[in-house]
Design a protein around this ligand. Sequence first.
Ligand SMILES: [Zn+2]
Length: 726
Amino acid sequence: MRISRLTRVSRVSRVSRAIAASATLAAVASMSLAQAPADSSNPLLKPSTLPLQYPAFDKIADTHFGPALDAGMAEQLAEVEAIANNPAAATFDNTIVALERSGRTLSRASTVLFSLLGADTNPARQKLQAEYATKLAAHSDAISLNAKLFARLQALHAQRDKLGLDTESVRLIERYQRNFVRAGAQLDEAQKTRIKAINAEMATLSTRFNQNVLAEVNDSALVVDKAEQLDGLTPDQIAGAAAAAKARKLEGKYVIALLNTTGQPYLNQLNDRALRERLYKASVARGSRGNNFDNTTIVARVATLRAERAALLGYATHADYVLQVETAKTPQAVNDLLGKLAPAAVASAKREAAELQAIIDKEQAAKKQPSFKLEAWDWSLYSEKLRAEKYGFDESQLKPYLELKNVLENGVFYAAGQLYGLKFKQRSDLPVYHPSVTVYDVYNADGSQLAIFIADMYSRPSKRGGAWMNAYVQQNKLNGTLPVVANHLNIPPPAAGQPTLLTWDEVTTLFHEFGHALHGMFSNVMFPSFAGTSVPRDFVEYPSQVNEMWAAWPSVLANYAKHHKTGEPMPKALLEKMAAAKKFNQGFATTEYLAASLLDQRWHQLKAVDVPTADQVMAFEAKALKDAGVDFSPVPPRYRTPYFSHIMGGYSAGYYAYIWSEVLDANTVAWFHANGGLKRENGDKFRATLLSRGGAEDAMVLFGKLVGHAPKIEPLLEKRGLVTAK
Ligand SMILES: [Zn+2]
């Protein structure tokens, strides 16, 4: 429902993204073995023999990655050279299909490495990441900037409509040609050399940025001396904080771990205002404290390099470059949408703030203490009180009915069963990279296997923040592969022996990420480049947001929202109150999200000469928020620049995508409602028309085919309650 969600879908590794090739595949391990300096027992050098080529996590050692990446790059370069130097004239098969088949070893090794870097990193993996970031960037450039190869693509592109190909194949030619041009294939040699240098430097910087973000999250965890200061937390949570302290060798103390967002979970429970302030300030200081993990220098440098690269490639700014291939197309379109939403969002947030201030004043008066002005570290606590006052419930009343396994199997999976006829069966015979990870076989209604689904739900210090989906194996008919997809969340692990009880936000995140998983699992395309979630970034959040609608769908909710001890259903009155509270706090949620989105755009709509120096990064941020009219201090941006990982990775100039997708989402929710809601017929149409098509057709054409009209903004405004009644 809210884009405030810090979720994202992982894109394929940079290498395969840049060259739009690389699939995992069965045959042809012999080629890589011949070139591999490594020993043949390296499991990454050949396709896994486990079902659906599920990675052999128990056999893969960190020492295998380096040799496999080296062998994989060598293999792909040899493949690409053979394609580029083929004396025969370019054909679809000898050029495009051959590229699609290339780089299997590299794809296999980099997919596992980069997935584990997100889900379960360690010093060895981080060292590999730092070491290979530049090498992989150079590898990608070596392919994209290969003049002979580009000449073949140009030749095919010129005659693409006369080759007697189907539409997916023609689209694939266009995709390759476009990607090569965007990578710099048409530049002169001096410019190509500069592009390569920029990409290499940026690869190093973005690795360092993300490693700093993780280090800062861990380094900024709050150490609390006395249990009394934690007043407001539950005994389990206090026990969890004591255990976290013990794990850090701070026995007798308490540690509050941070998430990577500006807001922190316990801010809605801690009664000690001074501690809330400490927690909040520790959170927002991350990345600009002047310590070893300070990211301001990196931010300024990356913004400069991106602007320079965009100019070399003929674009006004990095945002122009990025948005050209999104459904938004231009910065103007993004600015228009964000600009339209911001005033309504901030006005709503200010109304909410006034209500919170009234509660503070009343409480303080009752305690005969002076009142204080609402600050950012007060918002969550008092909005929980307001929620309780207005709707008669708070999060703690919901949680006993939201046990993780039950929500997943009887909620998320159940909805997928009702809509698509899917069946799920847990299996424990496949190796996992962490003991808390569970694995499911996924079957179609006719009993055929659709995919393998990996559920990785718990937070740990080795896991990056947020929630995301990734594919270990992508579907494509060319190589005959079926998907292996994973969902990763950051649910705090319960104290030993206790059940995992979720917040409503976590339940929604579970449904959201599973929407990405469905997009990956339903993929039914010919070519690896178009598999699953290989769609524009501002479209990729759309299916996942649609899937959130089933979390609160009455028959789904009735099936999973049961008390973890007694099995009793969630009381109807509580359900009704929850439904009534849907638009609660949306001014806050929309404003914090828009502030981050606007920051992202400001950074990337700059020319190189206008990028601030490192010491001016935070001042630039403050001014950008002010200029955009979202500088309302009780509602800070969801991410501040130095820990805004999205914009350092694949979401640069793309964080707006969540609300852009939500426009499509709200239109589609309306379509489901108009057609009878949770029904096989509707699910099957969604699957056949859109979810199974991946990137094989134009995204907005697919949307039009499903919904029957162009997207309208009204359903979104209505959903968030951002339109004041006239
Ligand atoms: Zn997402």
